[in-house]
Design a protein around this ligand. Structure first.
Ligand code: BG6
Length: 507
């Protein structure tokens, strides 16, 4: 067989691609996300040689300091949070292209300064007029920032150059506001220039779902209602809301991560094989399966929302959600949510997909567990299989990235006894290279104009259509159930599965 020569073939996907000359304007450049993820991701890209020469970063934020103090803040953020080791020479090169503009989003003078900064960087760094505008700002500011970009001529694409908008999640607060936001964004940027971020899609293990399913023959034949009993998708966090009260209160767990991350995981787990790995083909399959999701029949029994109360986490006493700084003591915001969904198609009819997420849970873990039916017949005595659970394939998204297969095995000895064992694939053991952070991959794709890993508007709309009725029901009906910090969520969530004769995994 003729293998392509990776050194000659520009379409070889194994080769890292580097974007042409360009720059990035980062709104919210001193915020939590920028400091913990975005600035470190840019440094990591520079370290891996993936940024174009002369790359220019323009930070925009409300910040008392000047350019120097922003560069120092960014340097500290990189030192603390970058994945790759800190090197002065790499940092100095990146810092050379940094410009800082202080101001708020209503401030026309600040946007004029931004315009000058962009022009300056085109002239000095040869960015060729190619700029991505990354909106790492509270969602309520998305429309304003986009309108300011238009007003100050920053969104205009000149012949042969590009301007792109990168919008953090959640895209809207419900279906209606998502559509309205989309309308505003599209008055300024054409559809192909809009990149909606769902950083879970940039995670290696999430991309591996498609490889696992469609590059192998082992799993796909049993990936359906004939063999699968149910699927559990868990995103558990041990942290509270930290300094994000302003963002989180009123949004809550379901809007924060079910509408996007968890429904994207569901889509990748349940979708049909796309005709190719092309962005349109993958989006078409995700859209189809999200469109086939059916809502719980009884919201009272098949959805649960919770809020963490005072408790203990990792040996430390922690306050409850309503005692956190900046939170309304009467807040009804959910910090935990669990939902049972089904998918109305031939492959999945009757198979429940249980989704759960929460803050201040037992530990940080994200996983997709495909739990299989029990063998239709057992030739063993009941006593021999008392400790045998259901077979499961667990895609460990984080932190311990890999895949686990759980199945029964004979316990050594003269007796016949079958017990659950696990077979593990761990990224860290099979590959020498550590996984890039999701944001490294996603920022690179924005600069390259690759839209594969960004949800399309239709996917966002369908996800709101799933969540909106549940949120409306929660709004009208009582308060979230309390759970002590450091536990696995409200008992109501356990009862929800117990009613179906099932239980949550304790990862
Ligand atoms: C973000 C949510 O999208 O994902 C946060 O807004 C959450 O609330 C975070 O903490 C978790 O990301 P990760 O990559 O650490 O699982």
């Amino acid at each position: 067989m003729n293998r392509p020569n990776p050194l000659r073939d520009p379409t070889d996907r194994r080769l890292p691609q580097i974007a042409g000359p360009c720059g990035l304007v980062l709104f919210g450049a001193t915020g939590d996300l920028a400091r913990k993820k975005l600035l470190p991701a840019l440094y990591d890209q520079a370290h891996r040689g993936l940024l174009p020469p002369g790359f220019s970063l323009i930070g925009f934020a409300r910040h008392d300091g000047d350019g120097e103090s922003f560069i120092e803040l960014a340097r500290q953020a990189v030192k603390e949070h970058a994945r790759t080791p800190f090197r002065d020479d790499i940092w100095d090169q990146l810092a050379e292209g940094i410009i800082f503009v202080a101001g708020d989003f209503n401030d026309d003078t600040a946007f004029k300064k931004l315009r000058n900064a962009v022009d300056q960087s085109i002239a000095r760094h040869g960015t060729g007029g190619n700029f991505a505008f990354y909106l790492s700002v509270p969602p309520k500011w998305f429309p304003k920032v986009v309108q300011q970009l238009k007003k100050h001529g920053l969104a205009e694409q000149k012949e042969g150059s590009w301007r792109r908008a990168v919008i953090e999640k959640p895209f809207g607060h419900d279906l209606k506001s998502a559509q309205e936001l989309n309308r505003i964004v599209h008055e300024v940027f054409p559809a192909e220039a809009v990149f909606r971020i769902d950083h879970y899609l940039g995670k290696e293990t999430v991309q591996n779902i498609l490889a696992l399913r469609f590059a192998n023959t082992l799993f796909e034949p049993i990936w359906n209602r004939s063999y699968v009993d149910h699927v559990q998708i868990t995103m558990a966090e041990d942290i509270g809301i930290g300094g994000r009260a302003g963002y989180y209160d009123g949004i809550g767990a379901a809007r924060d991560v079910i509408q996007n991350h968890l429904l994207q995981l569901l889509a990748l787990t349940a979708m049909e094989e796309p005709a190719s790995f092309d962005a349109d083909a993958v989006a078409a399959e995700k859209t189809k399966v999200l469109g086939a999701v059916s809502l719980p029949k009884d919201f009272a029994k098949e959805t649960v929302r919770g809020q963490y109360a005072h408790g203990w986490q990792g040996g430390e006493e922690v306050v409850g959600y309503v005692e956190e700084e900046g939170i309304d003591p009467k807040s009804k915001t959910d910090t935990y949510a669990a939902i049972k969904l089904e998918i109305d198609n031939r492959r999945w009819a009757g198979v429940p997909f249980y989704l759960r997420t929460g803050k201040r849970l037992g530990r940080r873990v994200t996983e997709i567990a495909v739990v299989f039916q029990r063998a239709p017949h057992s030739p063993f005595d009941q006593t021999a299989t008392e400790e045998l659970g259901q077979n499961a394939l667990v895609i460990r998204v984080q932190p311990d990235e890999g895949v686990t297969m759980r199945f029964g095995s004979k316990v050594p000895g003269t007796q016949m006894e079958v017990r659950d064992v696990s077979m593990d694939f761990a990224y860290g053991e099979s590959f020498t290279e550590s996984s890039p952070e999701a944001y490294e991959r996603l920022i690179l794709d924005v600069l390259l104009g690759e839209s594969n890993l960004f949800p399309r508007l239709k996917e966002v709309e369908l996800s709101w259509q799933i969540l909106d009725p549940i949120e409306r029901y929660w709004d009208k009906n009582g308060k979230p159930a309390q759970y002590p910090a450091g536990t696995w969520g409200p008992v109501e969530a356990d009862e929800m599965l117990a009613r179906d004769g099932r239980s949550w995994r304790r990862p």
